[in-house]
Design a protein around this ligand. Structure first.
Ligand SMILES: *[C@@H]1O[C@H](CO)[C@@H](O)[C@H](O)[C@H]1NC(C)=O
Length: 477
């Protein structure tokens, strides 16, 4: 690209005609690049990330044999970098390529106006001025469940940390933020996810994905926090080579927790896998007796992933495992979901969908088209399972789950490669580290402030509560 851009400088200034020809050629070349090689020109960061990782098990041939024992995980970065929350913008960019893709996507839609909602409805409104945080509008803690309050608090602590650790020579812009701590994304706001379907994430919507609250803390006995789980996962993965992992696909969950568009997806998963030797799939007991700690999912070769009403709060935990995540095409993008490189089950030779008993599960009709039209625009590419893929998308009605798992068991080296690439990227690349999280938050504040338009005086009558005071008064039940 550099040499092309330099060409016009060599044109003699007198020859305006030649300059025109060069300019037109450059435009044609640019159009050619964008139209014919979209994956590279529009999202070059994706391809470079994985390519920079050393291959501990290069795939030499198509003949599939048992993979070697546990690979040595290669972390790109030392702990001193991964724990450093003070990185500058350029240090962040070189350490974590592609990290801020979601932010750029929303910023590229251009300016938007932040509406003033009545009272404390809608997202929390926060002000940043001179790198100081204050709260302008918020739901009273009496109106929030203990869990909702925890989600909100964890998110605000992340934001406060990003402000506190900003390098002195890179102050953050003054701005007003809308922070939505509910599961359902709200436009315009910082939300935990956005719809992957471009029909819903249209040019009029502004969903700025923020890091999940569990990166700070999720005080549940089977989770604790992402950093806590990451430490335990590292110890599991370093002592449990692929052949020693359980071959049974694991899932636990609450079956009634479905998005309307997904139909009865979770119930269907439980019935499709009942009594199958390849499955360790159960609805959670009301007493929680069959719950599995989130890190122990990595003891299995295959992890079945379902989204809930919106994004799934466990997805990023599964991404730390060297396990193959089997998921219906992901419909809610979290701040790092764009790094996922799916191979579709339909593209695996010999994998077939079982005939559906539609009379028993009529509600499944909705989910039966695979890939659905929205999937084709949200996930246009199926990646090479031997070289690139780091996740496996299956039919949302689970009709090819069994066939897919059988295929993976017949191709252990390919299965292990998909699993390994996932962990190498998300853990090895440090994308869920404290450093990356803080880098992302500061980029998020900058991106938002670049395009948000706040009506003069629209929020001026609101009482401004300094974060230091809010953090003692409104954080816990
Ligand atoms: C928990 O619930 C399951 C199923 O409902 C039951 O089989 C089990 O005995 C219960 N365990 C305890 C400790 O209550």
């Amino acid at each position: 690209m550099t040499s092309i851009l330099r060409t016009p400088q060599r044109v003699p200034t007198s020859s305006a005609r030649l300059r025109q020809v060069v300019v037109i050629s450059v435009i044609c070349l640019a159009l050619y690049c964008f139209l014919l090689v979209p994956d590279h020109s529009l999202d070059s960061s994706r391809s470079t990330i994985v390519d920079t990782f050393p291959q501990s098990h290069p795939h030499q041939s198509n003949t599939d044999t048992n993979p070697k024992s546990s690979p040595a995980w290669i972390s790109k970065h030392p702990p001193s970098l991964l724990n450093n929350r003070h990185l500058s913008t350029s240090q962040c960019a070189s350490a974590f390529p592609g990290l801020t893709h979601e932010i750029s996507l929303q910023v590229s839609k251009g300016p938007f106006t932040l509406p003033r909602r009545p009272h404390d409805l809608g997202p929390l409104i926060a002000r940043i001025r001179n790198n100081q945080l204050s709260i302008l509008s918020y739901a009273r803690k009496s109106d929030l469940s203990a869990e909702m309050l925890q989600h909100r608090s964890a998110t605000l602590y992340q934001l406060a940390t990003a402000l506190l650790t900003a390098p002195a020579d890179e102050p953050l812009p003054d701005t007003i933020l809308a922070i939505n701590h509910e599961d359902d994304p709200i436009s315009p706001s910082l939300s935990y996810s956005r719809p992957a379907d471009p029909t819903y994430d249209s040019s009029t919507k502004r969903y700025f994905a923020m890091p999940h609250f569990s990166q700070y803390s999720w005080p549940s006995p089977t989770i604790h926090s992402l950093p806590h789980a990451a430490r335990l996962i590292t110890s599991i993965e370093s002592s449990l080579p692929w052949p020693s992992k359980s071959p049974r696909a694991l899932w636990r969950g609450t079956t009634w927790f479905n998005h309307p568009r997904a139909g009865r997806q979770r119930q269907a998963l439980v019935s499709a896998s009942r009594g199958k030797p390849w499955a360790d799939i159960e609805a959670l007991n009301a007493n929680g007796s069959n719950a599995v700690p989130i890190w122990d999912f990595c003891r299995h070769r295959y992890i079945v992933h379902t989204e809930g009403l919106t994004y799934s709060g466990r997805f990023h935990f599964h991404q730390l495992c060297a396990s193959v995540v089997l998921s219906p095409p992901v419909a809610w993008m979290q701040h790092l979901t764009h790094l996922v490189k799916p191979v579709f089950s339909a593209s695996l030779p010999g994998v077939a969908r079982a005939r559906q008993k539609t009379s028993e599960e009529p509600e499944l009709e909705l989910a039966q088209q695979y890939p659905a039209p929205w999937v084709q625009s949200a996930w246009p590419r199926s990646y090479d399972p031997e070289r690139d893929a780091n996740i496996l998308f299956v039919a949302p009605d689970w009709s090819d789950l069994e066939s897919t798992i059988e295929w993976l068991e017949r191709h252990p080296r390919i299965a292990e490669g998909i699993a390994r690439r996932q962990r190498e990227l998300f853990d090895g690349g440090g994308y869920f580290s404290g450093a990356a999280e803080t880098c992302y938050w500061r980029a998020l504040i900058r991106g938002w402030s670049e395009v948000v338009r706040v009506d003069e005086n629209a929020f001026d009558d609101l009482e401004e509560i300094p974060w230091e005071e809010f953090s003692l008064k409104e954080i816990h039940k």
